[in-house]
Ligand binder design. Structure first.
Ligand code: ZN
Length: 269
């Protein structure tokens, strides 16, 4: 009896052992395979959970009730990349036209005939009457609907006074810019559209305009060629003189030509 019992016990042990071993092996594989993705998945879950947990834990609301004012745009001290980033909402005031690379048609170019410097960029190679577009959304702050061109005597007197002054006096420079539209954008930057031939009747001071909206027509007002009615050289041709100001500084003022070119092309083109 004893030996039979021992034999039966031995058989059961062997059966149990053989039943256990393959099961461990077959289970081992899927566990290993399932392990790696589970770990990655867990990491993802951990990362996803971190943010919502971390923010309330800091005790600060997601949107501050009184946000710290963002740094103000500064034409004098901001780096080129900063200015490009902040003014990237602007586009060309002449559809399909790129900023010139001619130094004399860019800001800071000398204007010896009036003892001053150029404060904007000129768009030449366009015919008189070409539509001038708002560079961006904003509010019209000036529209010279009642513009009156200088007489030749007035123009020559303005040139004489300018040449005798340390630099072109502002009130004379304003006359040299001819018929103008000014737009104040939401960040306080002002764009000026000058030498216009005419201004669309609906473009009046105080109205809101959208970027790309038609404002006026290209002309040659404020230029000697317009007053005397004759064109002596290429610079007498109708063109848009376009300025970008913040406070008392025009974009590119005092900067090297390479930076001026980079600023205007990257912002407007
Ligand atoms: Zn100009």
């Amino acid at each position: 009896m004893k030996s039979r019992l021992l034999f039966l016990l031995l058989i059961m042990l062997l059966l149990f052992a053989s039943a256990c071993n393959p099961a461990e092996e077959t289970l081992a594989e899927p566990v290993k395979l399932a392990d790696a993705p589970q770990t990655q998945e867990q990491e993802r879950v951990d990362m996803a959970e971190e943010k919502p947990i971390a923010e309330p834990a800091s005790g600060l609301p997601v949107q501050p009730l009184n946000p710290v004012p963002t740094a103000q745009i500064n034409f004098q001290t901001d780096l080129v990349d900063e200015l490009v980033y902040r003014l990237s909402y602007m586009s060309s005031p002449i559809a399909g036209r790129k900023v010139t690379t001619v130094p004399g048609q860019l800001p800071n170019a000398p204007r010896r005939y009036r003892n001053g410097i150029h404060e904007g960029v000129d768009y030449y190679g366009i015919s008189g009457g070409t539509i001038v577009l708002a560079a961006a959304d904003g509010t019209v702050i000036r529209a010279d609907h009642n513009f009156q061109e200088m007489t030749l005597a007035e123009y020559e007197e303005a040139i004489r006074l300018s040449a005798a002054a340390p630099t072109t006096p502002p009130e004379l420079l304003d006359k040299f810019r001819g018929m103008q539209v000014w737009i104040r954008h939401d960040d306080g930057v002002v764009t000026r559209y000058c030498h216009l031939a005419s201004i669309n009747p609906e473009i009046t001071a105080g109205i809101r305009v959208a970027g790309g909206q038609a404002l006026a027509q290209v002309g040659n007002t404020g230029m000697r060629a317009n007053i005397v009615g004759e064109t002596k050289n290429a610079s007498d041709e109708p063109h848009l003189h376009f300025e970008i100001w913040h406070g008392n500084t025009f974009l590119g003022q005092g900067r090297p030509l390479s930076e001026v070119l980079e600023l205007y092309t990257r912002i407007l083109d």
